[in-house]
Design a protein around this ligand. Structure first.
Ligand code: GTP
Ligand code: MG
Length: 323
């Protein structure tokens, strides 16, 4: 499939993209209008998520992957998302320093995103940012999420392919493979394979993967990597290509993307509906049976019925309460 490298050569373009992502981060509706429409003839970028415990080497892997993809003439965007960080506007210093080797490359865009602001949650902000990057026609979009908690898992679901990064387990075996993470990984990487215990950790995770393999025809490979070495991600690059091919052939790529669109639209509807409901209540009070708008004894006993009445008013034809 022909893939043409995007070049954000003009610093104006870069700034516009950075601004649009900031707007998405703030949940500013203007974000959508700042996106340039993608070239429909261009193959949609592949969206790869990197997730795993802090310090496992995700940013270093991202950096090495960028190098590998750039040598294949592919343009790359990296979005580092840290749910525990309040930073915004690309301020995750460590990540930026680690990827500085690509700072002058017009076909590489690197951006960090923190947890501040976005009403719809970080996953929604990441989804908006990814949509902007897709519109910019990057061939590869890397989404790095720090940690293995619930919000990180949610962010990971935005990706086509999720890579779970761990390190050789010290002492008594793999502990970071918490509930949820085994299910979400399409590829497992034991990074820092230059350290002791990598082989054993690979074997252990393989055992867990086999036990938990679902019925989608893909057995997640478990690879070892040394992100700090130039050729240390060759196997990972090949595994990513294989998984992408699998997604295409099994029609799961389409299904995953469709699922993401549904998630995004439903989340938007939920947010707008909440705003409209609050406005309506602020204007008219709660629609209580007595109709006087103040919370009487009914509020304590029957919020479901009050909610149904409110929903009825929201969906009733007539003046839109959100205007
Ligand atoms: N020995 C060794 N060290 C590595 C390897 N990959 C990364 N490191 C080091 O591990 C440290 C953490 O790497 P990062 O890439 O920042 O890890 P991260 O997962 O992005 O960390 P957070 O974003 O904080 O979660 C750095 O000092 C890296 O140089 C590796 O393959 N082997
Ligand atoms: Mg990092």
């Amino acid at each position: 499939m022909p893939e043409r490298a995007t070049t954000l050569g003009r610093s104006d373009d870069r700034r516009a993209l950075a601004r649009a992502i900031s707007a998405a981060e703030r949940d500013d509706p203007a974000a959508g209008t700042l996106a340039t429409p993608g070239d429909p003839a261009h193959a949609p970028g592949r969206l790869v998520g990197l997730t795993g415990p802090p310090g496992s080497g995700k940013s270093t892997l991202a950096d090495t992957l960028v190098t590998a993809w750039r040598s294949a003439q592919l343009s790359v965007a990296v979005l580092a998302v840290d749910p525990s960080s309040p930073f915004t506007g690309g301020a995750l210093l460590g990540d930026r320093v680690r990827m500085q080797g690509h700072a002058a490359d017009p076909s590489v865009f690197i951006r960090s995103m923190g947890a501040r602001g976005h009403l719809g949650g970080l996953a929604a902000a990441a989804r908006s940012a990814v949509r902007l990057l897709e519109a910019e026609r990057f061939d590869r979009i890397l989404l790095e999420t720090v940690g293995v908690g619930q919000s990180e898992l949610e962010v990971s679901r935005v990706a086509d392919t999720v890579v779970v990064v761990t390190t050789p387990a010290a002492g008594d075996g793999v502990q970071v493979m918490k509930a949820g993470i085994m299910e979400i990984g399409d590829i497992f990487v034991v990074n820092k394979a230059d350290l002791d215990g990598a082989d054993r950790t690979v074997r252990e995770i393989r055992g867990m993967v086999r036990a938990g393999t679902g019925g989608d025809g893909w057995t997640p490979p478990v690879l070892a990597s040394v992100a700090t070495r130039a050729g240390g991600v060759t196997e990972l690059v090949a595994a990513l290509d294989r998984h992408h091919a699998h997604l295409v052939v099994s029609a799961q790529l389409e299904r995953r993307r469709q699922g993401r669109l549904v998630d995004e639209v439903v989340a938007l509807v939920a947010r707008r509906a909440e705003a409209a409901a609050r406005q309506l209540v602020a204007r008219d009070g709660l629609p209580l049976a007595g109709g006087n708008g103040s919370a009487g004894p009914e509020a304590a006993i029957d919020p479901v019925r009050i909610a149904e009445r409110l929903l009825g008013r929201l969906t009733a034809p007539g003046p839109d309460p959100s205007r």
